[in-house]
Design a protein around this ligand. Structure first.
Ligand code: DON
Length: 539
C-alpha cells in the first residue's frame, strides 16, 4: 500500500503489484536498459513472486510507445487448442457444465506469455532475454520471504490449489502453509526459467517444458497438444487510437475489448459537463456510457482474426454522438440495447507500467484469468496454467465467471483467442507520454481505466488521488451498478437508487498501477493502488 503521495523519480519508474518485481525492472533501467527491458524483467519476476496472476502459463497484452512516436501492441493472449470446439463446455442438455471452463485441464488456453515477452525483448529491448530474466531466476532459485499478503492469499485459495498435487506441494506445502517471513523457493520454476533464458522461447514451446505441459494436461483430461504449443506465436498489432479533450489515447485492439470499449466511452463523455467527481450527475452520465459500450461489446466483439467486428464504427465519434443523444433523451437506467455502429473493419490479472529515462513507455497487463488460474501446476516445470478459456462464450446468453454475456462472435474455435477486457493504456499530450496505466479485474478493468483517466484528465487530480478515488462499475448485464462500499456519499447512493439503478456494493474494484509524467519538468510520478500491495519504484 502506497502513501497518499506519489513516488517521484527523475529518470525512470516501474509500478507493479509486487515490490521485488518493480525492483527487477528498475535494476534494468539503471543498467541502461529501456522500458521494454524493464517490463520484461518485471513480467518474469512477477511469475515468481506473484503467483496469483504473474505468470509464464498465461497471457496478456503489452502496449509499447517509443519516444520517437512509434507504438505497437504485442498480443500474447492465450489461444484455444486445435481440438477445442464451440460447445465443449455444454452437457448433453446443452447447459453449461459448472467449472469446466474455470478449473482444471479443459479450462487452459495455450499460454502466450513466454512468446510475448521474448518477442518484445528481441524486437524492442536493448539488453538480452538472459539479462532481463536474471532477477526472476534468482528469486525462484534462492527464494524470497513470503509477505503477510501472499501468505494470506495462498491460504485463501487452498480449495483450488489443493485439487492439484503439484500446486498443493509448491504453494501450500501440502497443508503446512507458508507463514509470513518464511522463504518460498521454486527450484522447478528456476530450471524452467533458466532453459528459456538460455535457449529462448523455443525451450518453452518445444522440448522438455512443452512435453511437461502436455503430459500434465493429458493426465488431467486436457486437450492441449505439442502441435498447439509449437504453432503459438505472439502477434504485433497496431494500437487503437482515440482522442479525448486534447489528449491522445493509445490502447489495445482485439482480441481485447479494452481499448475499443474505453475509447467508445470516452467519445460519449468528451463534450459533456461531468460536474464534480462521485456526484450523482457525473456518475449517471458515466454509467450510461458504460452500459452502452458494454452492450456493444456483448453483441459484436470477438477475435478479429476470425470474426468481423465493427471496431472503427464503435470508436467513431459520430457514433458516440448518437449514443450521447440517446442518454440525454432517456430516463436514467432505461433499458439499453446494443447500438448500430457503422463501418465494418476488415478484418485475476496484473498490470505494470514503465517509463524510462528516454521517455519510452510500456503498459502491460497479463493474467492467468482468475487468481491462480486453472489451479494446475505443470509437473516438473513448476508454473501455474491459466483458465482463460472461460473468457470465450461457452453459450450465448449464459454469463461467464465475470457475469459477462457474450455473442457467437466470441464462440470457441481452434486457435482463436478469447475476448479480453485487459486495457493497458498510454495517454499522450502533444506527442509526449503523460499517463501510463492499467488494472486487473475482468470487465471492471475497462471502467477502472476510464475512471482513473477521468479523475486525472477532467478533475485534474494527481495520480495517487486519481488511483485512490472510489470506483463504480456497470457492464450492462447484469443490470446492476456496482459501487465500492467505502467512499460514496449516502446522498449520491440514494439519488442513484431513486433514479432506478440497482445498486450492489463490492469491497473493492480494480488495482491500478499508474505513472504520470509531468510533461514540463519531465519528473515521473508513480502510484500503486492502495487496494493492492504493490510498489512504485524509480531512480
Ligand atoms: O482477459 C480478461 O478480460 C480476463 N481474463 C481478466 C481476468 C482478470 O482481470 C481477473 N482479475 N481480477
Amino acid at each position: 500500500m502506497e502513501a497518499l503521495e506519489p513516488v517521484a523519480a527523475r529518470h525512470g519508474m516501474v509500478v507493479s503489484s509486487e515490490p521485488r518485481a518493480s525492483a527487477a525492472g528498475v535494476e534494468m533501467l539503471r543498467e541502461g536498459g529501456n522500458a521494454v527491458d524493464a517490463a520484461v524483467a518485471t513480467g518474469f519476476a512477477l511469475a515468481v513472486t506473484y503467483p496469483f496472476a504473474g505468470n509464464i502459463g498465461g497471457g496478456g497484452f503489452m502496449l509499447i510507445r517509443k519516444a520517437d512516436g512509434s507504438a505497437a501492441v504485442v498480443d500474447y493472449r492465450e489461444e484455444a487448442p486445435a481440438a477445442a470446439t464451440r460447445n465443449m463446455y455444454l452437457n448433453a442438455q446443452g447447459e453449461v457444465i459448472p467449472g469446466a471452463s474455470t478449473v482444471g485441464a479443459l479450462s487452459v488456453g495455450v499460454p502466450g506469455t513466454v512468446a510475448g515477452l521474448a518477442l518484445a525483448e528481441q524486437k524492442y529491448g536493448r539488453l538480452s532475454l538472459a539479462r532481463t530474466m536474471a532477477p526472476a531466476i534468482q528469486l525462484a532459485e534462492n527464494g524470497f520471504p513470503v509477505s503477510y499478503w501472499l501468505s494470506e492469499d495462498l491460504r485463501a485459495h487452498q480449495s483450488l490449489l489443493t485439487k492439484f498435487a503439484d500446486s498443493r506441494r509448491i504453494f501450500l506445502r501440502d497443508g503446512n502453509f507458508y507463514q509470513p517471513g518464511e522463504v518460498l523457493r521454486q527450484p522447478e520454476l528456476a530450471r524452467t526459467l533458466r532453459e528459456i533464458a538460455r535457449f529462448g522461447p523455443g525451450a518453452f514451446y518445444g522440448g522438455d517444458v512443452a512435453r511437461d505441459i502436455v503430459r500434465t494436461e493429458t493426465k488431467l483430461g486436457g486437450i492441449i497438444a505439442l502441435a498447439d504449443l509449437a504453432q503459438y506465436r505472439a502477434k504485433v498489432r497496431k494500437p487503437l487510437m482515440g482522442s479525448f479533450r486534447g489528449y491522445t489515447i493509445l490502447s489495445v485492439p482485439p482480441p481485447s475489448s479494452g481499448g475499443t470499449v474505453l475509447i467508445e466511452m470516452l467519445n460519449i463523455l468528451d463534450p459533456l459537463n461531468l460536474g464534480s467527481p462521485d456526484s450523482y450527475d457525473s456518475m449517471h452520465l458515466i454509467v450510461e456510457a458504460m452500459r452502452r459500450a458494454f452492450a456493444d461489446r456483448a453483441a459484436y466483439m470477438g477475435d478479429t482474426d476470425f470474426v468481423r467486428v465493427p471496431i472503427q464504427g464503435m470508436i467513431n465519434p459520430q457514433y458516440a454522438a448518437t449514443l450521447r443523444e440517446q442518454i440525454l433523451r432517456s430516463k436514467p437506467d432505461a433499458p439499453v440495447a446494443a447500438g448500430r455502429p457503422g463501418e465494418y473493419e476488415s478484418s485475476n490479472t496484473t498490470h505494470f507500467s514503465v517509463v524510462d529515462a528516454n521517455g519510452d513507455a510500456v503498459s502491460n497487463t497479463y493474467t492467468l484469468n482468475n487468481g491462480y488460474g486453472s489451479g494446475i501446476t505443470v509437473r516438473g516445470a513448476g508454473f501455474l496454467l491459466n483458465d482463460e478459456m472461460d473468457d470465450f462464450t461457452s453459450k450465448p446468453g449464459s454469463p461467464n465467471m465475470f457475469g459477462l454475456i457474450q455473442s457467437s462472435a466470441n464462440a470457441i474455435g481452434p486457435h482463436k483467442r478469447p475476448l479480453s477486457a485487459m486495457t493497458p493504456t498510454i495517454v499522450l499530450k502533444n506527442g509526449r507520454v503523460r499517463l501510463v496505466l492499467g488494472s486487473p479485474g475482468g470487465p471492471t478493468i475497462i471502467n477502472t481505466v476510464l475512471e482513473v483517466l477521468l479523475d486525472a484528465l477532467v478533475y485534474k487530480m494527481d495520480i495517487v488521488r486519481a488511483v485512490a478515488e472510489p470506483r463504480f462499475h456497470d457492464q450492462w448485464a447484469p443490470d446492476t451498478l456496482f459501487l465500492e462500499r467505502q467512499g460514496f456519499s449516502a446522498d449520491t447512493v440514494e439519488k442513484l437508487q431513486q433514479a432506478g439503478y440497482n445498486i450492489s456494493f463490492r469491497r473493492s474494484i480494480g488495482e491500478c498501477e499508474a505513472i504520470e509524467v509531468d510533461v514540463k519538468s519531465g519528473w515521473r510520478f508513480g502510484a500503486s493502488d492502495p487496494r493492492g500491495h504493490g510498489q512504485a519504484a524509480g531512480y
